[in-house]
Write a protein of this length. Structure first.
Length: 344
C-alpha cells in the first residue's frame, strides 16, 4: 500500500466532492488499487487555511465545513498560510489545485501549479486556466522536475476524455474533434426545448452547481472555448489562443429558433470543434442545429459528449458527465490514481 499526502488549494464544490469520495469510497479504492490518500493541508480564500502533517479525517472536514462554512475549528499545526506557503511548507506529495478559474490570465492558479512543480510535488488541477493558457510550458516543466501534471478534470469533468485520447487512442491519428463540452448550456438548451425560459434554466444550472461562478463564461461559450484550447494543446500539439477560436455562445438563441429547429427534426447544441486541414487547425465553438438522427442530438441535460475522428479507427464517441461536484471530484481521483500507476 502506498500513501499519498495531499494539499488542497481551494475547497469549494469540487474539493468537497473529492473529499466526499474519499470519505465514502476511500477504503474500497485502497483495497482495489493499493493507493491511499491523506489530506494534510487545505487552503481556501473564504474558508481558511489549515495544515496538520498527520492528516485529517475526511468525514470531519466535511462536517465542519458544511456546518460552519469555515475550517478554523479543526486542529492545526499551522494556520492562515497562503496558497504558496501551503504548497511549499506542507509535507504534501501532491498538490490538488481547485481554485477558481480565470480564463483571461489563468492566475492565480498558474502560479500555484508552477510552485508545486518547482517544489517537486506532483500537481493535479481541475482548473481550466492553467490548462488552457499554459499547458505546454507547465507540462514541460513538470517533465524537467520529474513530477506529474494531471488535468483530466478540465474537460468533461471525470469522464476520461483526455485519458482516452492521450493513452488509448495514441497513434490512431486524431484529425477532428467535435463535442458538447459545456454542461450548463447543454442543460439550458435541453430545458428550453421543453418550454422553460432562459432565465429560469440558467438559475437552475447555477443551483445544480454546473455553471461557473460567473455564468457568462458558460453562456457566451468561453468555457467551451477554453476546453477546445486544452484539447488542441494536448491532442493536436497546437498552441491555439482563445482569441483564435471562431466563437459564439447561446445568448442569442430564442424560443422561436428552438421551435424552428424542432419543426425540422433538429436540436440546438453548442458544439466545440477542432479540425486539421492542409496543415492548419480550425477551432470553433458555435450553436449548431443537429438532426435528431445524429448521435450528439441524444446527449441531453448536463451530459457532455466528444467524438474523436481518427485515421485508423474512424469515429470514437465518449458520452458522460461534463460538470458537477462528485463528477469533477472523480477527475481528481482519476489523475491521482494515474500518478500512482506510473510510480508503481
Ligand atoms: N461550467 C462548466 C460546465 C463546468 O457547465 O460545463 C465544467 O467545466
Amino acid at each position: 500500500m502506498k500513501m499519498y499526502r495531499l494539499a488542497l488549494i481551494g475547497f469549494g464544490n469540487v474539493g468537497q466532492g473529492f473529499v466526499q469520495i474519499l470519505r465514502d469510497y476511500g477504503e474500497t479504492i485502497t483495497t482495489e488499487t493499493g493507493a491511499s490518500f491523506r489530506i494534510v493541508a487545505i487552503c481556501d480564500a473564504l474558508k481558511g487555511s489549515i495544515y496538520q502533517p498527520e492528516g485529517y479525517d475526511p468525514a470531519e472536514l466535511l462536517d465542519v465545513v458544511q456546518k460552519n462554512g469555515k475550517l478554523e475549528s479543526l486542529p492545526a499545526k499551522a494556520r492562515n498560510m497562503d496558497a504558496i506557503q501551503t504548497i511549499v511548507v506542507s509535507n504534501a506529495d501532491v498538490v490538488v489545485e481547485m481554485s477558481f478559474t480565470d480564463l483571461k490570465t489563468g492566475q492565480p492558479a498558474i502560479q500555484y501549479v508552477d510552485a508545486a512543480i518547482k517544489n517537486k510535488k506532483h500537481v493535479v488541477t481541475t482548473n481550466k486556466g492553467p490548462a488552457a493558457l499554459a499547458y505546454q510550458e507547465l507540462a514541460e516543466q513538470a517533465r524537467l522536475y520529474g513530477v506529474k501534471f494531471g488535468v483530466e478534470g478540465t474537460v468533461m469533468s471525470g469522464t476520461p476524455a483526455l485519458g482516452l485520447a492521450t493513452q488509448l487512442l495514441q497513434g490512431a491519428g486524431i484529425n477532428k474533434i467535435q463535442g458538447i463540452l459545456n454542461g450548463t448550456t447543454n442543460y439550458m438548451l435541453t430545458k428550453m426545448a421543453e418550454g422553460a425560459s432562459y432565465e429560469d434554466v440558467l438559475q437552475e444550472a447555477q443551483s445544480l452547481g454546473y455553471a461557473e461562478a460567473d455564468p457568462s463564461g458558460d453562456v457566451e461559450g468561453h468555457d467551451a472555448a477554453g476546453k477546445v484550447v486544452i484539447l488542441a494543446a494536448m491532442l493536436m500539439d497546437a498552441e491555439i489562443k482563445l482569441s483564435d477560436i471562431d466563437l459564439e455562445g447561446i445568448t442569442k438563441i430564442t424560443p422561436a429558433d428552438i421551435e424552428l429547429a424542432a419543426q425540422h427534426n433538429e436540436k440546438w447544441k453548442l458544439i466545440g470543434a477542432l479540425e486539421k486541414k492542409d496543415g492548419q487547425i480550425f477551432a470553433s465553438v458555435k450553436p449548431t442545429r443537429v438532426p435528431l438522427s445524429h448521435p450528439l442530438a441524444g446527449v441531453d441535460g448536463a451530459t457532455n459528449a466528444i467524438t474523436y475522428s481518427t485515421d485508423l479507427l474512424g469515429d470514437v464517441t465518449l458520452i458522460g458527465a461534463g460538470a458537477g461536484r462528485m463528477e469533477t471530484g472523480f477527475a481528481v481521483l482519476g489523475d491521482l490514481l494515474g500518478i500512482h500507476r506510473t510510480l508503481q
